[in-house]
Design a protein around this ligand. Sequence first.
Ligand SMILES: *Cc1c(COP(=O)(O)O)cnc(C)c1O
Length: 382
Amino acid sequence: MGPGPSDVSPRVLEALGRPTIGHLDPSFIDLMDDCKRLLQYAFQTKNALTIPISAPGSAGMEACFVNLLAPGDKAIVCQNGVFGGRMKENVERIGATAVMVEDDWGQPVDVAKVEETLKAHPDAKVLAFVHAETSTGVRSDAAALCQLAQQHDCLSIVDTVTSLGGIELIVDAWGADAVYSGTQKCLSCVPGISPVTFSAKAVDAINARTHKVQSWFLDMQLVMGYWGSGDKKRAYHHTAPVNAMYALHESLLILEEEGLDALHARHRLNHNALVAGLAAMGLEMLVDEDYRLPQLNSVVIPNGTDDAAVRATLLNDYQLEIGAGLGTLAGKVWRIGLMGHASNRKNVLLCLDALENTLKAQGVNINEGAVAAAMTVYSDAR
Ligand SMILES: *Cc1c(COP(=O)(O)O)cnc(C)c1O
């Protein structure tokens, strides 16, 4: 129950163990095509260029930046946690300029501030932001930000590593241009793959480049040749991690079987039960209710608590991992993940019980009754 990797379902682990076949074998190519179709459903897009990159979420991030920016370009980058900082780093390593829009950690990206910045920098090519900030548990208004980018003739780059499969994400309706995600958060797949999707406008921008993409491995023109464009003729670029793709395919089938509406409702219900239990103990959430991510819950550590000792007890006595705070939030919050397969009642109740026992044993002043409060939420939902 940390910030990822989340628990991988037995079905996905079983898929991972299937015999490895050639990456240009016709049946593997069918599986690649089916992964594209399933990713289009997960992202809610008809974008033809919707594929899994053979590397973790960070590579998806880098793929978006290196393909849409060239040296001398300008990008507006929103930062309200750890991952916006990595976006800035990507922009600068390309030799482009990052204009930062900064918000406090625990707050969403301020849409009005972004609009002012877009007006002040009409030459900006890209607007980049994180939809679901895993370092804080905040959701930003992706629909509004993508719309602003369109109005100001910018391409949007959206980090959906933690949002895909956890909360509403509608790439086409929002008009997002370059969107990347990861397999190890709400898809509950093994780490190491990054689903991406590019709009027709983004693909046009890539095809119109005059400056070679600085990364050979992440050059989407080459990657597109490998993943094919319908005619099944594929050029060898790299060897796809065949077994990891079996796992991704299985995790996407599970997502399709449950359906996005049911999936989102499950994440919300387990989040509500967890929050009710934490509130019963007298613990507070970092993030305002309106912006909370159901899949990543930042809990304020009560005064006088030994952060590391609590996490060590949970791990050693309950085999339960929760995340520590990062950056300015280190020692101030715990990050409890309820992602994908791990978003279930058993985990919520185990976590509340373990936390209540551990805090009491440490002499922290909390109230009892966390599990009962969570159970009330479950029975009311029936
Ligand atoms: C986890 C994460 C990443 C990086 O993904 P990796 O698979 O660790 O490379 C990027 N952005 C966000 C918001 C994340 O939560």
